[in-house]
Design a binder for this molecule. Structure first.
Ligand SMILES: NC(=O)c1ccc[n+]([C@@H]2O[C@H](COP(=O)([O-])OP(=O)(O)OC[C@H]3O[C@@H](n4cnc5c(N)ncnc54)[C@H](O)[C@@H]3O)[C@@H](O)[C@H]2O)c1
Length: 262
């Protein structure tokens, strides 16, 4: 092997199997496509099987390897049935109920906790158990900038996104000795169905664009590089971390741009 060959292969995922939960839409769809593009054999899993099928068809149509599965991450039996023996797991599903904390109902809180925390826990632990036995694996969970900074209306969503990071750190510490890496990806604002409510309000949409250093929203495909990185040997020493892909949102407080000499 040449001096540079092992570096050239850092992102190569051929021979790897990947389970992408939430592959029917947004960041999960982009993640599934990108993992397949780098050679992984991908199971596109989603509550919405039709949407997962569409992602699978797109991958196969472009020469990649994929198949679909129906999964409800809130149901451990459903997760057990979908998790075969993946080397890579990407778990994306989450919901947000944007309401003041004083108005949130117990039912709404439970719904968000059940999907964002319990569902994510189910995927991480069921996949993680098999990976630990096999002595290999990379688990990627989607957190958010909301794990770090909030605004009115993010109470329960932000709590779950911070909770996801702490679950990532804990599982990374528990499974590290068995060779399993566990990381979080924290996106900034990404144009997906999840954020349609914001896009429908031009002031809200523009304010979010202006908040980050890049002055715009991300497309789901802009999360793909970080997902492939965390999945691959390029991240062989990366575990228990949160990779921020936010266009500079967290770097700036965004209150005011002071007048400065040019
Ligand atoms: N879009 C953003 O701006 C943004 C920003 C920060 C973080 N995130 C996070 O990224 C992740 C993905 O968000 P997105 O924007 O791609 O969302 P999305 O709504 O486009 O996609 C979520 C997918 O999850 C599936 N899903 C929902 N419930 C499920 C369940 N019980 N079991 C299996 N699949 C289920 C949906 O059918 C859908 O295909 C979420 O965790 C979200 O909190 C998104």
């Amino acid at each position: 092997m040449g001096l540079l060959d092992s570096y050239r292969r850092l992102f190569d995922l051929s021979g790897r199997s990947a389970l992408v939960v939430g592959a029917g839409s947004g960041i999960g769809k982009a993640g599934a496509e990108a993992l397949a593009a780098f050679g992984a054999d991908v199971v596109c899993a989603d509550l919405n099987l039709e949407a997962a099928d569409a992602t699978t068809a797109g991958i196969i149509g472009d020469g990649g390897a994929a198949k679909s599965a129906h999964v409800d991450i809130a149901d451990p039996d459903s997760v057990r049935a979908a998790v075969a023996e993946p080397d890579i797991v990407l778990c994306t599903p989450a919901i947000n109920v944007r309401k003041p904390m004083l108005s949130l109902t117990t039912d709404e809180i439970r719904r968000v906790l059940e999907l964002n925390l319990v569902g994510t826990f189910n995927v991480m632990t069921i996949a993680g158990a098999g990976m630990a036995e096999r002595g290999l694996g990379s688990i990627i969970v989607i957190s958010s900038i909301r794990s770090q900074v909030v605004e009115p209306g993010q109470g329960i969503y932000a709590a779950t996104k911070a909770g996801a990071v702490q679950m990532v750190k804990t599982l990374a510490s528990e499974l590290g000795p068995q060779g399993v890496r566990v990381n979080a990806l924290a996106p900034g604002v990404v144009e997906t169905p999840l954020t349609d409510q914001i896009k429908a309000n031009p002031d809200w949409y523009q304010a979010y664009a202006d908040k980050g250093a890049l002055g715009r929203w991300a497309q789901p495909s802009e999360m793909a590089g970080a997902i492939v990185f965390l999945a691959s040997e390029a991240a062989s020493f990366v575990t228990g971390s949160m990779l921020v892909v936010d266009g500079g949102w967290l770097a700036m407080d965004g209150r005011f741009t002071p007048p400065l000499p040019s």
